[in-house]
Write a protein that binds this ligand. Structure first.
Ligand SMILES: Cc1cc2nc3c(=O)[nH]c(=O)nc-3n(C[C@H](O)[C@H](O)[C@H](O)COP(=O)(O)OP(=O)(O)OC[C@H]3O[C@@H](n4cnc5c(N)ncnc54)[C@H](O)[C@@H]3O)c2cc1C
Ligand SMILES: NC(=O)c1ccc[n+]([C@@H]2O[C@H](COP(=O)([O-])OP(=O)(O)OC[C@H]3O[C@@H](n4cnc5c(N)ncnc54)[C@H](OP(=O)(O)O)[C@@H]3O)[C@@H](O)[C@H]2O)c1
Length: 454
């Protein structure tokens, strides 16, 4: 490892942290990955001892294998198009071993606190109370582990006679067997859980405050994310309208199944993907309902005045972006709002970057891989950020575009389009490479921290 390059710490050895570690190590940067769990893979480790995984026993990915795999390490061809979570966890383990990244990871080591030092650099306080210093910090702690319950809680929630759970705590359909179940939400958790419920529960109701366009897993005999060409040169509005027409031609409109009519076009909400929900509704085993209005004893009352008996309500109402290791006064993401240059760099802190903090139309992993390579270019002096004012202007444009395009919701604060985002990163890396060359490739983050201890 180069002794002049900054020492970097990464928080988290999920798919984002491991690929960033690879990117940094390849540029000669001395990197340590802190992982709270006893294993890597984060969300994809069913029953992860860190208590942060949202995986359920029956979980399969909804972005296809070829969309999700890292660019230099394909998933085995023996894997199905939409592998089970056990395949995905195994794939990340294999990736780490293939690229010999395991020695970089400190397992069972939670970062309790990350303090930004005056003048730059970081002091990390670890689970055992010890501290370590680093020059740069990469945050890859995931954003699907802190459950967002309905806000505010529904009237009567505090006296409801049945069980209320969040999708994050749903582990298998065993919790729903022979029960009357209400599932709330129109995202992917709600689709999967309602479908699983429909096979074992006495009744399953799917309640929603807003309609969604439901993408099938396959179109024209191919995984849908490979069947539709997504050329960034074609304006997104045209691409998304074509997709909408294809979805309507293939499955009809959601309201013909009794689901709420979407109040937006395809592409204006995070995609909901399910190959089975419409079938289960068609079989009468999932019954659509409008939003929950209140809970009353052992009944759920919906916005249209109808009510049903319920033993279990599963809130599939999304997640909060959270950084428990930062002081709130330093950095937080209220209502999931966080302003970063191309979703990675903080305009006020040259030694801080975020990996995987985005919601793509497509899979997170190849984007996190590209982000890691970008940060590695930066820390090794091959790339120079634009001036702060330019970053702030880009962030403002980005936020305005997101607000204009997406329905207002706390789930739409970090959205990107897969190919468009990769293209933007590539262009920015090239531009910043020229800036770095023009000034003699200076290191933006000096090496100060010693290899061991404070
Ligand atoms: C049910 C479900 C299904 C999904 N399906 C898909 C899909 O099909 N395709 C897709 O692209 N995305 C999917 N996602 C999105 C998911 O976020 C990504 O698949 C992926 O898990 C992101 O990886 P990550 O490394 O950013 O975060 P995570 O997988 O959450 O990993 C974060 C890691 O950081 C560690 N960590 C956190 N805090 C600390 C700390 N303070 N100190 C030390 N370690 C810490 C955790 O222990 C964990 O190992 C899904 C999400 C959910 C909830
Ligand atoms: N098989 C898979 O691969 C799979 C499975 C599950 C999850 N995931 C992924 O995991 C991430 C999280 O998905 P998610 O479905 O858990 O969450 P999500 O995408 O954030 O969806 C939350 C849903 O709950 C609704 N909602 C939120 N608050 C509500 C309230 N107070 N009252 C009524 N409805 C409310 C939202 O409606 P609005 O739109 O109106 O805000 C939305 O329909 C996504 O990236 C998803 O793709 C993938």
């Amino acid at each position: 490892m180069s002794s002049t390059l900054p020492r970097a710490a990464i928080i988290g050895a999920g798919s984002s942290g491991i690929t960033a570690a690879k990117g940094l190590r390849e540029k000669g940067i001395d990197v340590t990955v802190f992982e709270a769990s006893d294993r890597l893979g984060g969300n994809w480790v069913f029953g992860n001892v860190n208590g942060m995984s949202a995986a359920y026993r029956g979980l399969h990915i909804n972005t296809s294998r070829e969309r999700m795999e890292f660019t230099d390490y394909p998933m085995p061809k023996s894997y199905p198009d939409f592998p089970h979570h056990t395949h995905i966890a195994e794939y990340f383990e294999d990736y780490v071993d293939h690229f010999k990244l395991r020695p970089l990871i400190r397992f069972n080591t939670k970062v309790e606190h990350a303090a930004h030092e005056d003048g730059g650099g970081w002091t990390l306080t670890l689970g055992d109370g010890t501290t370590e210093r680093f020059d740069a910090l990469l945050v890859a702690n995931g954003h699907h582990w802190n459950a967002r319950w309905p806000e505010p809680a529904f009237p009567g929630a505090d006296t409801f006679a049945g069980v209320q759970m969040h999708a994050h705590d749903y582990k298998s359909e065993d919790a729903l067997r022979d029960k009357d179940v209400v599932v709330l939400g129109m995202g992917n958790s709600a689709m999967d859980i309602a479908v699983e419920s429909s096979y074992v529960a006495r009744s399953t109701y799917l309640a929603a405050r807003r309609g969604a366009w439901i993408m099938p897993k396959y179109l024209f005999g191919k995984p849908m994310d490979q069947a539709l060409k997504n050329d960034p040169r074609i304006p997104f509005v045209i691409r998304s309208r074509v997709t909408e027409r294809v979805v309507i031609a293939q499955a009809g409109r959601p309201e013909t199944y009794g689901l709420p009519k979407p109040d937006h076009h395809f592409g204006q909400a995070h995609p909901t993907v399910s190959g089975r929900i419409l079938d289960r509704i068609g079989h009468g085993t999932v019954v659509p309902k409008p939003n929950i209005e209140r809970l009353e004893g052992d009944r759920v009352v919906f916005a249209d005045g109808s009510s049903v008996h319920a033993d279990v309500v599963v809130y599939c109402t999304g997640y909060k972006i959270t950084f428990p290791f930062f002081d709130d006064t330093f950095l937080a993401a209220p209502d999931n709002h966080i302003e970063l240059f191309l979703r990675v760099f903080h305009p006020d802190h040259a030694d801080l970057a975020f990996i995987g903090l985005l919601q793509p139309l497509g899979a997170i992993m190849p984007l996190a891989e590209a982000q890691g390579e970008w940060v590695a270019d930066y820390l090794s002096g091959r790339y120079a950020l634009p001036p702060r004012a330019q970053m702030l202007a880009a962030i403002r444009r980005d936020m305005a575009a997101m607000r204009k395009r997406y329905v207002a919701s706390k789930r739409h604060t970090i959205q990107v389009d897969f190919e468009d985002y990769l293209g933007a990163l590539e262009r920015e890396r090239r531009d910043g490479g020229r800036r770095a060359a023009a000034t003699g490739f200076p290191l933006p983050v000096p090496r100060r921290a010693e290899a061991v201890g404070a």
